[in-house]
Design a protein around this ligand. Structure first.
Ligand code: SF4
Length: 329
C-alpha cells in the first residue's frame, strides 16, 4: 500500500490529456487535468456540455471509444495503482467490481429483453464467487434496498417507470459494493419530483456502502445538496476546485462566478435571466492563453497569451485565474 492509499486518497488523476483524433481535426476533450478524491468523498464535476466531464469519467473507466479517442498522457491512480497500466481483462474486473458508473439514460444501461433480477445477478456473478441461486437472492435484496418490491424482480425494464429504471441501474451499480461510483447526470432524464427521490436514494446508499462518488452535473443546486468537493470544468480543464462551502461562499474564477450568476433567484422579479456571454469554444480550435478569455469580463491583455496555472487561493481551494486569484484569494 503506498503513502496516498494509506492517507485515504482513493483516486488521483495526474496531468490527464484525452483527445479525439478525427479526419476533420483533433478535439481537445481533456487537457492536463489534475484531481484528487478521498475515500468516502463526493466530488461534483460541474460544467456545460462539452466541458470534458463525461470524457474524464469514461477515461477513468477506460471506456474512451478508440479510435477516435486517445489518452495522450497522464495517470489515473486508483487505490494506489495506475489504471492506464492495466490490461483489458484487469479492467473488466475493476469495472463494476471496484468502480461503477451510472449513465443519464437508464435504458442505455439496461438490457430490454432481460428481467431485472437476471441483470443484477449477472453483475454479481461476474465479480463474486456465488452460484445462480445466491446471485438471484442477492439481486432481490438489492432491489429491495433501492425501494423496489421483491415481487417485481422478474419484470422487464419496460414495465418500470423512468425513476424505477434508474433505481434498477443504481442496484446494478452497487451490487458489488464498488469503492467508487461515477454518476453522469443520473437524474437529468427524470421528472423533477422523481429526481429528488433518486438523488436522496443515492446519497443514502453512498453512505451505507461507504463509497466515494463523482457526480457529473450542470446543476449547482444538486451539488449543494450532495457534494463535499467541487471541480468546475471549462473547455477540457478544471478551472476551479474547492470544498463546496469555500466555492459557494467565495467563487474565484470568472466562469464559476458566471455560473452562480446564471442561477435564477426566485426572490427577484426579473424578466431576463443572467447568462455568460458567448459560447463554449470549439474544442478543435481552442482560444490561446486562457480559453475563457473571449467570454471573460475581467480579461486583461496577458489573458490571451498565457495559459493560467491553478493557483492556491485558500485551504484546498485552487483557481486558474491569476487576475482574480489575487483580488479574491
Ligand atoms: Fe478571465 Fe483572464 Fe482570469 Fe482567464 S485568466 S478567467 S481571461 S481574468
Amino acid at each position: 500500500m503506498d503513502e496516498n492509499t494509506k492517507n485515504g486518497l482513493l483516486l488521483e488523476i495526474q496531468d490527464l490529456t484525452i483527445q479525439y483524433v478525427t479526419d476533420s481535426g483533433t478535439v481537445h476533450a481533456v487537457e492536463n487535468l489534475n484531481l484528487r478524491l478521498g475515500r468516502g468523498e463526493t466530488l461534483g464535476f460541474v460544467g456545460e456540455t462539452g466541458a470534458g466531464k463525461t470524457t474524464t469519467a469514461l477515461g477513468i473507466m477506460r471506456l474512451i471509444p478508440s479510435p477516435p479517442g486517445v489518452i495522450q498522457s497522464g495517470k489515473i491512480i486508483f487505490e494506489g495503482q495506475n489504471l492506464l497500466d492495466k490490461s483489458e481483462p484487469e479492467m473488466r474486473g475493476i469495472r463494476g467490481g471496484k468502480i461503477a458508473m451510472i449513465f443519464q439514460d437508464p435504458m442505455t444501461s439496461l438490457n430490454p429483453v432481460m428481467t431485472v433480477d437476471k441483470q443484477i445477478a449477472e453483475m454479481i456473478k461476474l465479480h463474486k464467487n456465488v452460484n445462480e441461486a445466491e446471485s438471484l437472492k442477492l439481486a432481490g435484496d438489492m432491489l429491495e434496498l433501492v425501494g423496489i418490491q421483491r415481487e417485481r424482480m422478474h419484470d422487464y425494464p419496460h414495465q418500470f417507470s423512468g425513476g424505477m429504471k434508474q433505481r434498477v441501474v443504481i442496484a446494478i451499480a452497487l451490487a458489488c459494493d464498488p469503492g467508487l461510483l461515477i454518476a453522469d447526470e443520473p437524474t437529468t432524464a427524470l421528472d423533477v419530483t422523481i429526481q429528488a427521490q433518486v438523488l436522496e436514494l443515492m446519497k443514502k446508499l453512498k453512505q451505507q456502502f461507504d463509497a466515494s462518488m463523482i457526480l457529473i452535473t450542470h446543476d449547482l443546486g444538486i451539488v449543494a445538496d450532495i457534494c463535499d468537493k467541487v471541480a468546475i470544468m471549462y473547455a477540457g480543464r478544471v478551472v476551479e476546485y474547492a470544498d463546496k462551502c469555500a466555492l459557494y461562499s467565495n467563487p474565484v474564477h470568472p466562469y464559476t462566478i458566471g455560473l452562480f450568476n446564471s442561477v435564477p433567484d426566485l426572490d427577484e422579479d426579473k424578466e431576463v435571466l443572467n447568462t455568460i456571454p458567448g459560447l463554449m469554444p470549439d474544442p478543435m480550435d481552442l482560444p490561446s492563453g486562457c480559453t475563457f478569455h473571449p467570454r471573460c469580463t475581467y480579461a486583461v491583455d496577458r489573458c490571451s497569451q498565457t495559459k493560467p496555472e491553478m493557483i492556491h487561493v485558500g485551504d484546498g481551494h485552487l483557481a486558474a485565474c491569476p487576475v482574480l486569484a489575487k483580488a479574491r484569494g
